[in-house]
Design a protein around this ligand. Structure first.
Ligand code: 9MR
Length: 579
């Protein structure tokens, strides 16, 4: 009996020692220690239980432990990988892989035997749910022409601004039926970014990305309750939100000739005032071939996605969209080279593009899919997959073709699939050789959206091949956006331990609320413009680190609808990955 007791006590002591319980004061200190966001980089939103889990250690030390953030108990220990230097960030990191830890909970990563611990992070089935919801809801909070009530907007409630029921036709946009000075109405839609203007080209890729999301994940979309005014109708909230923009978008087409205005804008950017205080006259400016082609592509896709929807409203809208697409395409064919030229009296975003080869391909691809008539062989000549962006739209057409289930498109589908898979494989190779495990190696405007768009391509490739080899690379992109990057920021406003507080976003700057409007993806590191702040704000010369959480930094800390759309896509796809 006495022996049995001794054995039991020894066993208990061993168990306590093994679980780290032997040192209670150390446990407490670790629970309470400030987050070392400078050297311990984790995904601050968290990890799905079965997903790969890699954090980065920016330190000499390699031995790390994962502790339970509540009890302080050690639950996992390992040695991080070799130290790898990255010339784009100017620092050296080691990969701390704790994929084996699958039990849901809140944890911290600590350097072995020290009180230096990361910010708490979660492992759980629902880690991406709230952040996905917020990233969609941010579109609602950026609605033009509508009051954001407290019931829907909480502390970000604000009066309506920019009704856009009195918009002037700028001389650059004049036509016989609508001479300069004509008043038109073009209400609704989202503000493009941190400014209050509405640009067709940039709205196009945004609409397309959200349409694709609904096409691929309709059931998931129906589970996302956004608490917006349309919630409760028979349409998924995400689609309701998209319709707010799509209906505005349709008004940008001249009903007389089918041409599409490039943008709806004030002459100059307004100051940092609330929407209802920014009352300068608004104009529609120049019809452009880029706007018409993009518009023809998006409306054709909207037709395809909504044509058989359970909602009658969407089925009717589908028909309107296809007609609009036909008219825009006829206009573009008659005006193949109307490059947008910024008029002398207009200084807002140009979204100018001299090369319309990709836009033409995209429009033709979407229209062919909508009409179920496969183009001739040779259609893909000269087309390759690249990172999608507002001025690179070929990949959008390729993705639509690759996902087509129509028998008429078999050949084109297979060829498009190969191009996308080839590109996704290239991206995976790049991430394998990157110390931060991402594929991006150039840091320009909205670099975070490039990371998100590369993640989107990996998701599509995973879907096309049923191969999970894309997962670690995809996860690294998501980790990058949510904290595992050289700045230590979780780049989505309102989420994470270290999150942008001073985005270049007029309502966030002017509303008197300390917290920025939530759910927005900040642009991220960018070295294209280094002198956006006056007086200057110190910024790293290393491209992947050149970010500042300053309101003046429009080059690194603005938000934009075309950046949030791939964020929604990627976070939503991750959230939907569970059975
Ligand atoms: O995202 C755009 C980027 O690719 C351009 O290089 C940059 C400069 O022209 O403009 C960016 O778009 C801005 C737009 O022109 C106006 N609204 C804010 C957009 C995000 O900064």
């Amino acid at each position: 009996m006495k022996n049995a007791l001794t054995i039991l006590i020894i066993a208990l002591l061993m168990l306590l020692a093994a679980s780290g319980c032997g040192n209670l004061s150390m446990q407490k200190a670790r629970i309470a220690s400030p987050a070392d966001t400078e050297s311990l980089l984790v995904n601050q939103a968290g990890y799905l239980p079965e997903a790969p889990k890699v954090a980065l250690i920016r330190d000499e030390a390699a031995a790390f432990e994962i502790i339970d953030a509540v009890s302080g108990r050690k639950v996992f220990a390992a040695t991080a990988g070799e130290a790898r230097y990255w010339e784009l960030s100017g620092d050296t990191v080691r990969a701390a892989d704790f994929s084996e830890l699958t039990r849901p909970g809140t944890y911290r990563l600590c350097l072995e035997g020290t009180e230096r611990c990361s910010a708490p992070f979660s492992i759980g089935d629902d880690v991406y749910r709230e952040i996905t919801r917020a990233s969609v809801k941010s579109f609602y909070l950026n609605r033009s022409g509508q009051e954001i009530t407290e019931g829907y907007g909480a502390k970000w409630a604000r009066p309506a601004g920019h009704p856009d029921t009195v918009v002037i036709v700028h001389p650059s946009a004049a036509s016989a039926e609508r001479p300069a000075g004509t008043v038109i109405s073009s209400p609704g839609g989202w503000y493009d970014a941190g400014d209050y203007n509405k640009y067709v080209v940039n709205s196009s890729i945004t609409n397309w990305t959200l349409l694709l999301f609904y096409q691929l994940y309709p059931d998931y979309c129906r589970t996302l309750d956004l608490n917006i005014p349309e919630s409760g109708n028979d349409i998924a909230d995400l689609v309701d939100e998209l319709l707010y923009n799509l209906r505005w978008y349709l008004t940008m087409q001249d009903p007389y000739d089918g041409g599409v205005y490039h943008k709806l804008t004030t002459k100059a950017f307004s100051g940092f005032v609330m929407p209802h205080e920014a009352t300068e006259t608004r104009y529609v400016v120049q019809k452009s071939t880029a706007a018409a082609l993009d518009f023809a592509a998006v409306t054709a896709m909207a037709y395809r996605v909504f044509a058989d929807d359970p909602s009658e409203e969407l089925r009717n809208l589908a028909i309107t969209c296809l007609e609009a697409s036909d008219r825009a395409m006829s206009w573009a064919e008659a005006h193949p080279a109307m490059i947008y030229m910024q008029p002398a009296d207009i200084s807002t975003g140009a979204y100018g593009d001299n090369n319309l080869y990709d836009e033409l391909f995209w429009a033709r691809a979407e229209r062919a899919l909508a009409k179920e008539t496969a183009p001739e062989a040779g259609f893909l000549k000269g087309i390759k997959a690249v990172d999608p962006s507002w001025n690179q739209s070929a990949t959008l057409g390729l993705i639509s073709l690759a996902l087509s289930e129509s028998a008429a498109f078999t050949e084109l589908r297979e060829a498009s699939k190969s191009l996308i898979i080839e590109y996704a494989n290239e991206l995976v190779e790049k991430s394998a050789s990157s110390p931060y495990h991402i594929s991006l190696d150039r840091f320009a405007w909205g670099s975070n959206s490039d990371v998100a768009n590369q993640a989107l391509i990996k998701i599509i490739a995973m879907r096309l091949t049923n191969n999970t080899k894309y997962m670690p690379s995809l996860q690294a992109d998501v980790n990058w956006l949510l904290g595992t990057n050289p700045t230590g920021y979780c780049f989505v406003t309102g989420f994470g331990t270290l999150s942008p507080m001073n985005i270049h976003h007029r309502p966030s700057g002017a509303d008197g609320v300390p917290e920025p409007v939530p759910g927005f993806l900040a642009g991220g590191p960018n070295t294209v413009v280094m002198n956006d702040c006056q007086p200057p704000v110190q910024r790293s010369a290393f491209p992947a680190r050149s970010y500042t959480d300053s309101e003046c930094s429009y080059s690194t800390n603005e938000i934009a609808i075309n950046w949030n759309a791939p964020l929604v896509f990627v976070l939503g796809a991750m959230d939907n990955m569970l059975p």
